[in-house]
Design a protein around this ligand. Structure first.
Ligand SMILES: Cc1ncc(COP(=O)(O)O)c(C=O)c1O
Length: 372
């Protein structure tokens, strides 16, 4: 089945007891036990499982083509659970330009706990190979990356990870399963901040892990979901189920708008650089064209005149809201270096743009006016 059909139907079977076409939100925290001590549908207590969350997890697994999915209360909770499966002394390799929260988590939480981590530019496969060790357990991949929109080769990196028995985990937040299916490219686990495109309306925080196989690692992740307790609320699960139904069509709009905005900005003399994998000038455009079905709704720009000029530009725009996050219907613009703080690798004149679902011509006119 194709992704539009999967998204429209996943997790949305007609409710057999009421005939409701849209699933109910199950708020109950506890479930009746039968006289023989069993549970009717296997649900015992809502931290360990809940019918609405179960529908969401089935839907996420179907979208990514995985064996199972595990939902969390945020993207970083999902990332944390992945590292918590490891033991002190294990080694992780992450991209030097990974989402800054992922790197901060490794440095400030898992470093003191005994996890060893290295970061490198993963477009340099030889550099990754040099960092591989017998105790490397996870190769963390993020493509497109945040905020420089770097693209790396998932299949090649999964191959390197498997050479030392490590797992290849892909943060697929920016691409979504509509544009990129890492498990089909050889990855073992996909991580999502469902806060972004999957939710799609800037109104929930969530995360998920989708695994290729129902193996020991997945069982440990499932146990961490219940024992760690970082679970999404039934209402957030329901909002996500609703958001997912329109995901493929929303992504078409985001991709078309971002491509139009990127083409406009690439020609503008006030813009020093446009980072967007859909532009033929992007250094890894060919890899993006091979492993993605389209180039996504995110781009970043470097503004001539440095940091002050970049910030001034955000203040002249009217259709781009100055705010962090991404993946909603409204366009957002963000001065990334000042959000990330002293450890940032974002250039000071860089603005990250989440291109929304407005009319692209309106967005371009707003930019044209603000750029002067
Ligand atoms: C690529 C990426 N991964 C992970 C996260 C973290 O997700 P959350 O904010 O849902 O914890 C973000 C958030 O911006 C992100 O952009």
């Amino acid at each position: 089945m194709r992704i539009e059909t999967l998204a429209a139907h996943a997790g949305h079977a007609v409710d057999p007891t009421t005939g409701a076409v849209t699933p109910p939100i199950h708020l109950s925290t506890t479930f009746e036990r039968e006289r023989d001590l069993s549970y009717r549908e296997g649900h015992v207590y809502a931290r360990t499982s809940n019918p609405t969350r179960q529908l969401l997890e089935r839907s996420l697994a179907e979208l990514e083509g995985g064996a199972s999915a595990i939902a969390f209360s945020s993207g970083l909770a999902a990332t944390s659970a992945t590292f918590q499966v490891l033991a002190p002394g294990d080694h992780v390799i992450a991209p030097a330009d990974a989402y800054y929260g992922t790197l901060k988590l490794l440095r400030e939480v898992f470093g003191p706990w005994g996890l060893e981590a290295d970061a490198c530019d993963m477009s340099d496969l030889a550099a990754v190979e040099r960092l591989l060790r017998p105790n490397t357990k996870i190769l963390w991949v993020e493509t497109p990356s945040n905020p420089l929109l770097r693209i790396v080769d998932i299949a090649a990196l999964a191959g390197l990870a498997h050479r030392v028995g490590a797992r290849c985990v892909v943060d697929n937040t920016w691409a979504t399963p509509v544009l990129q299916r890492p498990l089909d490219l050889g990855a073992d686990l996909v991580m999502h901040s469902t806060t972004k495109y999957l939710g799609g309306h800037s109104d929930l925080v969530g995360g998920a892990l989708v695994s290729r196989a129902d193996d020991d690692f997945t069982a440990k992740l499932r146990a961490l979901q219940g024992l760690g307790g970082a679970i999404p609320s039934p209402f957030d699960c329901w909002l996500l189920l609703r958001g997912i139904r329109s995901l493929p069509w929303r992504m078409r709009g985001h991709c078309a708008n971002a491509a139009a905005v990127a083409r406009f900005l690439a020609r503008h003399p006030a813009i020093e650089a446009v980072h967007f994998p859909g532009l033929p000038t992007h250094p890894a455009h060919d890899i993006a064209a091979r492993q993605m079905s389209d180039f996504g709704g995110m781009l970043s720009i470097q503004v001539r005149g440095g940091e002050a000029a970049a910030i001034a530009l955000t203040n002249r725009l009217t259709l781009f809201t100055r705010a962090t996050s991404l993946g909603g219907p409204e366009s957002l613009i963000e001065h990334r270096a000042s959000v990330e703080g002293p450890t940032t690798i974002s250039p000071p004149n860089l603005l990250r743009v989440s291109v929304g679902l407005e009319n692209a011509e309106d967005l371009i006119e707003d930019l044209e006016r603000a750029l002067g």
